[in-house]
Design a protein around this ligand. Structure first.
Ligand code: ADP
Length: 449
């Protein structure tokens, strides 16, 4: 058993991991930038180490300082959370070279899935259905035009190293292709350090459905159903739920088995998410995330399991604590991502939280690291909390969400809370009848929220 784990992250996800450690009797070490000295994760951990100035590159992404923090505190393993270094294969390599344990998959699996072209090729070979597109990278505009002509417009040009909704450009006709190709390449290079791009058919009315998988690193794996993350803004998830309102039990078991078999086939260790677009009852793989997702609590709610605990157990070399047949869905769960942003522009709104009151009651979980008087720093992601509700069925979960939102108070900064109040009044949200484009279109026609 690990005695001490360092958490290379901040905010709600650092708290999330600290909580799992405490329940498992494991000491936790928080790291923080100078801007986060008063942060809740620092207060809640058993120990803390300052790892640098505010900028992420100097602190939460500073590998030598993170390794030093392990050496100083005697932490044996590192949990990366999500974002920051969670999908950085070189970081995993350095951790292992120092005799420490990374709580997550191997560097090799992160590398394969971090490059979207290699990921797609790997998944295709493992029998996972993929979005039609170029066979590998596309190097010239001429080649891009030829492929798009053959495939038919619209197409999407994606940076192989892209992430977080960046490095993707849609071309609706031949007139757009030069600009889309150039922009995707230059964004790939400037943001992710790799200009390589590939082309996919742009699906026009899909939902975003992702399958949670878990491998033991020794060839066994299970799936934990799907999450539906179709409500998106700028290719970023806003509202997530499990199970999906449109997936049948037969579809769930079929795609779930395909995904579990695929990760078992490569000996994958720990939590992973295989993302699909779902259109006309077909699944199309887009990418795999080799880490815990922001929206993992909806899966935890409906299966009644702790995914972080399971990650730690697998990193310790223990077998999975459940077999596929034991994983039975109970009810419905929904998560809202609450950002410190002013709607409708979604402009970041750092500042001091004057008053914070978290909702409670049956089936309500609030994962947040804010508190009365907390100063939201301007340096990091604007996510300040996740509200998760769980109930027997979708209509009850929606009613519970509305009730929980009515109790939640965040004063002093602008937040995206008004968006969720407005969304719950929409028929499409109530019935679950929307595609990945619905929210963007709704925002255009509802500029007053
Ligand atoms: P990222 O790594 O930046 O999250 P993804 O490949 O996971 O990128 O895509 C993010 C989102 O972009 C998807 O959920 C979807 O909304 C949109 N998208 C990606 N590929 C396509 C496609 N081929 N057709 C339509 N939309 C797409």
């Amino acid at each position: 058993m690990f005695k001490k784990i360092l958490i290379a992250n901040r905010g709600e996800i650092a708290l999330r991991v600290i909580r799992a450690c405490r329940e498992m009797g494991i000491q936790s070490v928080a790291v923080h930038s100078t801007a986060d000295a008063d942060a809740m994760h620092v207060r809640m951990a058993d120990e803390s180490v300052c790892i640098g100035p505010p900028a992420g590159t100097d602190s939460y992404l500073n590998v030598p300082n993170l390794i030093s923090a392990c050496e100083i505190t005697g932490a044996e393993a590192i949990h990366p959370g999500y974002g920051f270094l969670s999908e950085n294969a070189n970081f995993v390599q350095v951790i292992e070279d120092h005799g420490l344990k990374f709580i997550g998959p191997t560097a090799e699996h992160i590398r394969i899935m971090g490059d979207k072209i290699t990921a797609k090729e790997t998944m295709r070979k493992l029998g996972v259905p993929c979005v039609p597109g170029s066979a590998g990278g596309v190097d010239t505009i001429e080649e891009a035009r030829k492929i798009a002509d053959e495939m038919g417009y619209p197409v999407i040009i994606k940076a192989t190293a892209g992430g977080g909704g960046r490095g993707m450009k849609v071309a609706t006709s031949v007139d757009d292709i030069d600009v889309a190709f150039g922009t995707a390449r230059s964004e790939g290079k400037s943001v992710f350090g790799n200009p390589e791009v590939y082309i996919e058919k742009y699906l026009q009315l899909p939902r975003h459905i992702e399958v949670q998988v878990f491998g033991d690193g020794k060839g066994k794996a299970v799936h934990l159903g799907e999450r539906d993350c179709s409500l998106q803004r700028r290719h970023q998830k806003v509202f997530e739920e499990a199970p999906s309102p449109v997936i049948t039990e037969e579809q769930r078991q079929r795609i779930g088995k395909t995904c579990a078999d695929a990760v078992a086939g490569i000996g994958y260790a720990g939590a992973g998410t295989i993302e699909f677009l779902f259109e006309n009852d077909e699944f199309y793989f887009i990418e795999m995330n080799t880490r815990l997702q922001v929206e993992h609590p909806v899966t935890e709610a409906i299966f009644g399991i702790d995914l972080v605990r399971e990650q730690i157990r697998v990193a310790e070399g223990l077998p999975l604590s459940f077999v596929q047949d034991e994983l039975v869905i109970n009810g419905h769960a929904i998560e809202c991502r609450i950002n410190a942003e002013k709607v409708p522009e979604f402009r970041p709104s750092p500042g001091t939280v004057k008053q914070y009151h978290a909702p409670g009651g049956l089936g309500v979980r609030m994962d947040s690291a804010i508190y009365d008087g907390y100063k939201i720093p301007p340096y990091y992601d604007s996510l300040i909390g996740k509200l998760i509700v769980h109930a027997a069925d979708r209509p009850t979960a929606l009613a519970r969400l509305e009730r929980a939102l009515s109790e939640l108070v965040v004063d002093g900064v602008d937040t995206t809370l008004p968006l969720f109040d407005a969304l719950l009044r929409e028929d499409a949200v109530q019935t679950g009848d929307y595609t990945i484009h619905w929210l963007e279109q709704w925002l255009e026609t509802n500029p007053e929220i």
